[in-house]
Design a protein around this ligand. Structure first.
Ligand SMILES: Nc1nc2c(ncn2[C@@H]2O[C@H](COP(=O)(O)OP(=O)(O)O)[C@@H](O)[C@H]2O)c(=O)[nH]1
Ligand SMILES: [Mg+2]
Length: 267
């Protein structure tokens, strides 16, 4: 069975996309690869695009690769810049590649495209160019998966600051947003359960914050979190390991449900 066929109504010729974002090193490339590989192994029609001009050693062979148009190392040489400056220039240059990205989207024509994005999330998402690129893609529906490094988020303060960063993404793009708490293979099961509890029943978070921080700090952090909950910034919060595929079926189920309206494809 092809899961895409049971999806929401709309322009059936257009692709839907999952855009993977997150801080450098959080595991975007691995999450992209594992989602793509999961569907591919189940004979679903899926493609993967690399929009990171500075990517090295990708675990996948991209169907579209921005490095064929913009090579970060060449930008460094040509404009005499370090890696950060060159990445910023590359993002601005990428706006000129929108038509060629769209051409690939149309010619490859898979119902689902996984989009891997640059390591430094801020240069892609918080510059004008990143928004222009995402808004200009020839895509029917777009879902953002915001990857959080589980090791970083283990501390309750870091957990909330990660969630808040997702909130600012929502503010900027207003696409459906799912957060994937990645690298849970490096956490104790108890810690993963606690983080899920923080998300689902915030009183546990409140208690833990008060144990660790002053009343002022913990109130500030807790109320910031409640604000995110109140506005339902997140469609879902899913702990995973992108390398070991722990709980990966849950992430796949969320993607399938949001983009294709189907819950049946879990195994
Ligand atoms: N243990 C573990 N390591 C991971 C996981 N996901 C990514 N990594 C590692 O984290 C590092 C950064 O991953 P990468 O996908 O390149 O991050 P990106 O910069 O966000 O694209 C690499 O060394 C990966 O092998 C995971 O689920 N578990
Ligand atoms: Mg990457």
């Amino acid at each position: 069975m092809n899961i895409w066929s049971g999806g929401k109504k709309g322009n059936s010729k257009m692709s839907k996309a999952v855009v993977i974002v997150g801080l450098a090193g959080s595991g975007k490339t691995w999450v992209s690869y594992s989602i793509w590989d999961w569907f591919r192994n189940r004979k679903q029609d899926v493609s993967i695009f690399n929009l990171d001009p500075g990517a090295t050693n990708l675990p996948y062979n991209p169907d579209f690769d921005i490095r064929e148009e913009i090579d970060l190392w060449r930008v460094m040489e040509r404009y005499k810049l370090g890696p950060n400056g060159a990445l910023i220039v590359s993002m601005d240059l990428m706006v000129n590649s929108v038509e060629s990205i769209n051409k690939s989207i149309r010619s490859i024509g898979t119902p689902l495209i996984i989009i891997d994005t640059p390591g430094q999330m801020e240069v892609f998402l918080y510059r004008a160019s990143g928004k222009i690129i995402l808004d200009s893609l020839d895509i029917d529906e777009l879902l953002i998966i915001y990857v959080i490094d589980g090791l970083f988020a283990k501390d309750p303060r870091n957990f909330v600051s990660s969630i808040l960063l997702g909130g600012t993404l929502k503010m900027r793009f207003n696409f459906p947003l799912v957060s994937a708490l990645n690298k849970i293979d490096l956490l104790d099961e108890k810690d993963v359960k606690t983080l899920l509890k923080y998300f689902r029943s915030p009183l546990t978070l409140k208690k833990d914050l008060h144990t660790h921080y002053s009343t002022f700090e913990s109130d500030f952090i807790f109320k910031s979190f409640l604000l995110m909950k109140k506005y339902e910034i997140y469609t879902d919060f899913v702990p995973i390991s992108a390398v070991y595929l722990t709980n990966f079926y849950s992430l796949i189920a969320v993607i399938t449900r949001i983009l294709f309206g189907g819950e049946e494809y879990y195994s």
